[in-house]
Design a protein around this ligand. Structure first.
Ligand code: XMP
Length: 330
């Protein structure tokens, strides 16, 4: 299926690879956003990742106080993620930020669902429902007409035939909001240059990407709370140890497939999950290579995960490049 014309990056659009092109892009987008939104009110789905953070910064320039950011904790975030988002945006950047803990409602809806596309669609629909409810709470007259999202071009490209990104193909029919997506024709590396020019801190701009459906795509098959918790703890250990090496890979995380294998503890058989470490280097996430990680780091991670995380009895390192494999396992 071809991507619609309005969702195709214009063929004459220059690749943003320097400050002046980023400045030009920002000026153009601010003008377009002012024209689209006028004096309307916007809510922004703020995950805290680079894409939604840069979207927030552009929108602040364009509509200022008419922007309200909403951070939804769907229960599929990394360890301490929401705390960090609140610290940066609310405490440091003084953004108008609402925090919604929707963990139970997402996990209840996802219970027993193993098909990856169905999971993404459930997450996409639930997101919109939460935003809809929050918008109504903010203004019952429906004045929050616009929903801003940090959609970038690979989300659109991959929703056409590879996977429904929760913010593109995963959106339910009949969405009431008018979408605002200033980054939808940019690749990740371009988003980072734009973020830098907008003055966002480096630790936000150079954060590794994290998918909108979060750990949901890394807890393959039907999500259970115990496997999700094990994944969250193992992922925190991997991030802590990988961040000590130099250079730090472009992306590094853990996936726990829905299979158990035999282990041994106190002379008895125990069935446990395998934590798969995934590290990749790439420019634009369209293709990716797998970096060599020091053996000592892999050994230490294995020791820590099997000792500190309940339910995991094996740790593997994924050597598959993209293509043939995608970066995420789902
Ligand atoms: P794949 O698995 O397609 O991932 O090779 C490419 C990059 O995109 C990230 N990713 C997502 N990001 N929403 C996002 O914002 C999503 O639904 C999504 N799925 C994958 C992935 O982590 C990798 O960096």
């Amino acid at each position: 299926m071809a991507i619609s014309k309005e969702n195709t990056r214009p063929c004459n659009m220059e690749r943003i690879n320097n400050v002046s092109l980023a400045e030009k892009f920002i000026d153009e987008q601010v003008a377009l956003l002012k024209e689209q939104i006028k004096s309307g009110k916007v809510i922004l789905a703020l995950s805290g990742g680079v894409d939604s953070s840069v979207t927030a910064a552009i929108l602040l320039k364009a509509v200022g106080n008419n922007l309200t950011c909403i951070h939804v904790n769907h229960g599929l975030l990394r360890k301490n993620e929401s705390e960090q988002v609140i610290k940066v945006f609310k405490d440091e950047l003084k953004a108008d930020l609402i925090y919604v803990d929707a963990t139970d409602r997402f996990l209840d809806k996802l219970a027993g669902v193993s098909d990856p596309e169905s999971k993404r669609k459930i997450i996409g629909k639930e997101f919109i429902d939460v935003f809809d409810e929050e918008a109504r709470k903010l203004a019952s007259d429906g004045s929050y007409k616009f929903l801003a999202q940090g959609t970038i071009y690979p989300d659109i490209l991959e929703s056409d035939g590879v996977k429904a990104h929760h913010n593109v193909g995963g959106l339910p029919e009949g969405v009431k909001f008018e979408l605002v997506e200033p980054l939808k024709f940019l690749y990740k590396d371009e988003v980072r240059i734009v973020g830098k020019v907008l003055g966002l801190p480096d630790n936000m701009i150079y954060r590794q990407p994290f998918p909108g459906p979060g750990l949901g795509v890394r807890c393959t098959g039907a999500i259970t709370r115990d496997r999700l918790n094990a994944l969250r703890e193992a992922d925190a250990i991997v991030r802590e140890e990988i961040e000590k090496i130099n250079p730090v890979p472009w992306q590094y995380f853990v996936t726990i497939p829905d299979i158990k294998s035999t282990g041994i503890k106190d002379g008895k058989r125990i069935m446990g999950w395998a934590a798969v470490i995934r590290c990749v280097d790439t420019v634009d996430a369209v293709t990716a290579t797998v970096p060599e990680i020091p053996y000592s780091t892999l050994k230490l991670i294995t020791e820590r995960i099997t000792k500190e995380v309940n339910g995991i009895n094996r740790v593997l390192y994924d050597l598959s490049p993209k293509p043939i494999a995608t970066i995420e396992w789902e």
